[in-house]
Ligand binder design. Structure first.
Ligand SMILES: NC(=O)c1ccc[n+]([C@@H]2O[C@H](COP(=O)([O-])OP(=O)(O)OC[C@H]3O[C@@H](n4cnc5c(N)ncnc54)[C@H](OP(=O)(O)O)[C@@H]3O)[C@@H](O)[C@H]2O)c1
Length: 299
């Protein structure tokens, strides 16, 4: 195919979103946070994401399997195991070069395994972005999120630091995490925002307004904890019913619901299992009709 034909095919492909208008990524990415859990660390909500991968070789294998299977948006943060999460991605994804995009985050400091403290001083954000560049072994971060807004620092100063990095070519696109429409609007007065990463899934829909606001504005909505289903799960629940009807697994159905919700939604499920990884990617091929979408949404 010629480049033009390739571009047209990508534009018509509902499994692809153009991040920031110029970076095509598949609409199921990979969230690598839990790979940064250490040996014997608690899992689930108690996870500390503090010491680095329990089995580094297995983590590298899984990330490469993800890239081979077509994942081209990987998510991490400087706060995951104090930078070890970024180092892991750099090592694992080195063979894939520009074929994969890496999103990282700055702006949360980890004074201990149980604390995640927003810190938005512009000098700190710059330092952390420089450290992320080194750990990711790149000259440009594809997508740099402000992990949390720091309420003690003016929004314009925090976004100003990221914008300066963008102007210097060190950051391609800027993102925000866990923001409201008002905070996003204020941030956009200083810098263009390409993605918002907020908690959103079948069971947690506090950010409907942000999802709707970003739709049609070219801003990706990246739901984290995408597979959680809360009360929608269970053998006779709506997820199980729709999953049976479409011939998919419950996790695929939860992801398909997010993909159906709007074309700018890019879930980043995390997993330590190759079987789950392939299952999650399979959600790109699951089609819901409007009645099934509504049944899932109603719960
Ligand atoms: N911006 C923020 O503040 C923020 C906060 C939290 C997370 N995040 C990002 O969001 C990403 C996703 O979050 P997450 O990894 O915590 O949650 P998640 O993707 O919703 O779920 C991960 C959990 O679900 C399991 N799982 C995954 N696929 C499955 C499947 N097909 N069937 C059954 N279980 C499955 C995993 O276990 P197995 O390992 O056994 O598959 C793991 O326990 C993170 O990696 C991180 O990049 C961002």
């Amino acid at each position: 195919m010629t480049n033009t034909t390739n571009d047209t095919a990508r534009r018509n492909d509902t499994t692809v979103f153009r991040l920031g208008g110029d970076l095509p990524v598949r609409r199921i990415g990979y969230g690598s946070m839990r790979l940064a859990d250490g040996p014997g660390d608690p899992t689930g909500p108690e996870a500390r994401i503090w010491t680095g991968p329990a089995d580094r070789a297995a983590a590298v294998r899984l990330l490469r399997t993800a890239a081979e299977a077509g994942v081209n948006l990987f998510d991490t943060a400087d706060a995951y195991a104090l930078g070890a999460g970024e180092e892991l991605l750099a090592e694992a994804l080195r063979p894939y070069g520009d074929e994969v995009a890496v999103a990282t985050k700055v702006g949360v400091v980890r004074p201990s395994p149980t604390e995640w403290v927003p810190l938005g001083h512009p000098a700190y954000l710059r330092q952390q972005a420089e450290l992320s560049l080194r750990r990711l072994r790149t000259e440009q971060i594809d997508l740099l999120y402000l992990h949390r807004l720091d309420e003690n620092v003016p929004v314009a100063e925090q976004l100003g630091a990221l914008k300066r990095l963008q102007e210097e070519g060190k950051v391609r696109h800027i993102g925000l995490s866990e923001v409201t429409v008002e905070q996003l609007t204020e941030a956009e007065r200083t810098a263009p925002v390409a993605a918002v990463q907020n908690l959103y899934n079948l069971a947690s829909r506090e950010h409907e307004a942000v999802l709707d606001h970003t739709a049609g504005r070219g801003i990706a909505f990246v739901p984290f904890f995408p597979i959680a289903m809360g009360g929608h799960a269970g053998p006779d629940g709506p997820v199980a019913r729709v999953a049976r009807a479409v011939g998919a697994t419950p996790s695929q159905t939860a992801l398909a619901w997010l993909l159906h919700r709007a074309p700018h939604v890019l879930p980043i499920p995390g997993t330590s299992s190759e079987r789950h990884l392939r299952e999650n990617l399979g959600a790109l091929g699951v089609r819901l009709d409007e009645a099934q979408f509504a049944e899932l949404a109603a719960g």
